[in-house]
Design a protein around this ligand. Structure first.
Ligand code: CMC
Length: 392
């Protein structure tokens, strides 16, 4: 009994109300708490945007200083959690490690798992935002057989992440301010994107009263897929497969061929049918980084630039409104910075954590909160009688 609508893929169902992020896909608009993403990416920085997403307003200078201090105090991971990393194979995908380690945080930080206590909710939020870069960097260091690098609290959030990924105890490592700024922009541009698959997963997990670490681990697991956060890795792998500029027309023809499942990864978006406002900023950042590093002769990056040019000159892509999305350019920047493709999605996960947490907090503050429980359209057998095994 009961009437409900059938909406596979949730293309037309609003599952919640929210005051955090607004998207107009036709107009290419993305606002966080009312502020346009290009202004935030151009004039603000990641931790300020985190504050905005979490608390609803831009901070005063004092509020920002206190918030940064608080996050910085929590960057270290419980020393014993190193053994979790050491238990994985060296060639484990870092997303697998992150799902496990973040879920296991509930076993280490018991004092922030009681979701009925606002103080514990706050502590869990700060812990997750502060420790995600440490966890992602540890997963990377483990995969390349280098020692874990502890966080440096005199560096800002993005610079500290680069430090934990690229410094080694034997050598002095100075983080380039241009690279730190580009990293910070990647974080800012991925901070939240309303009810995407992973955020919806976090909300659904949380609706049962699950602890915050379990909810964020669920979000990480969902983000991993190639149609979602995994697209940045898939895009770079495609550029490598194309290999040389002369093979681009062949791949463009394949993408247009309806009998071939191949798609240009990093092109198109479910919501943005005009352009992805994040991609515009990311492209500027990519140009800046490539110029700084002086590595225009990197074959993957050459293929990326030429592919972008040829696809945008092809009516198939312009008529279907298939433009490069945020993952096309973020992959180029991360490749240029020296990250292996397996780290692209973990970087997305660490940046999106604040969005997941903000939405989780918003949901728990809702006095009408109900457990998420979709219905289904049953297409199976009607009732029938059990048949003994010898009579089947
Ligand atoms: N290459 C070639 N053709 C494409 C592509 C592409 N990347 N994307 C869509 N099309 C075609 C598709 O074949 C279809 O053609 P037709 O109308 O003739 O059948 C038309 O464009 C519409 O595609 P759709 O699959 O109905 O659109 P969607 O909104 O369901 O899919 C998408 C959106 C992002 C899943 C899809 O564009 C895609 O697979 N892109 C590549 C993967 C990718 O880059 N994903 C990252 C998304 S941004 C990061 C995030 O927020 O998670």
């Amino acid at each position: 009994a009961g009437v409900f609508t059938y909406d596979p893929g949730f293309t037309s169902t609003a599952a919640c109300d929210s005051t955090i992020t607004y998207i107009d896909g036709e107009a290419g608009v993305l606002l966080h708490r009312g502020y346009p993403i290009d202004q935030l990416a151009g004039q603000s920085h990641y931790l300020e945007v985190c504050y905005l997403l979490l608390y609803g307003e831009l901070p005063s200078a004092k509020q920002l200083e206190d918030f940064e201090q608080l996050v910085t105090n929590h960057t270290m991971l419980h020393e014993q959690m190193q053994y979790f990393f050491r238990g994985f194979r060296r060639d484990a995908h870092p997303m697998a490690i992150m799902v496990g380690v973040v879920g296991a945080m509930a076993a280490f930080y018991h004092d922030s798992t009681d979701i009925s206590d606002p103080h514990q909710r706050e502590v869990a939020s700060i812990r997750l935002i502060a420790k995600m870069p440490t966890i992602a960097a540890m997963a990377y260091k483990y995969s390349i057989g280098q020692p874990f690098v502890y966080p440096r609290n005199d560096l800002d959030y993005a610079a500290n992440f680069l430090h934990m990924c690229f410094s080694v105890p034997a050598e002095r490592y100075d983080v380039s301010p241009v690279l730190a700024r580009a990293m910070d922009r990647i974080f800012t541009l991925h901070a939240d994107h309303e009810q995407n698959a992973s955020t919806s997963t976090v909300r659904l997990a949380s609706s049962s009263g699950a602890n915050p670490f379990a909810c964020i681990a669920a979000g990480i697991a969902c983000l991993w897929g190639p149609a979602h956060g995994g697209a940045n890795q898939a895009c770079l792998e495609m550029l490598r497969e194309i290999g040389t500029v002369d093979r681009i027309p062949e791949f463009i023809e394949r993408a247009k061929d309806k009998n071939d499942p191949f798609r240009l990864m990093g092109f198109g978006h479910r919501v943005y049918k005009n352009f992805d406002p994040r991609a515009t900023v990311m492209k500027e950042s990519a140009d800046e980084v490539l110029e700084l590093l002086g590595i225009e002769d990197n074959p993957v990056l050459q293929v990326a630039k030429e592919l972008e040019k040829q696809a945008l000159a092809d009516p198939y892509f312009t008529e279907k409104k298939l433009f490069p999305n945020v993952d096309f350019y973020s992959g180029i920047i991360l490749e240029a910075m020296g990250f292996p493709t397996a780290m692209f999605t973990p970087i997305f996960a660490l940046a999106r954590t604040v969005g997941w947490i903000s939405q989780w907090k918003e949901q728990l503050a809702d006095p009408q909160l109900k457990i998420g429980r979709p219905r289904q359209l049953y297409l199976g057998e009607t009732q029938r009688d059990y048949v003994d095994i010898e009579n089947r």
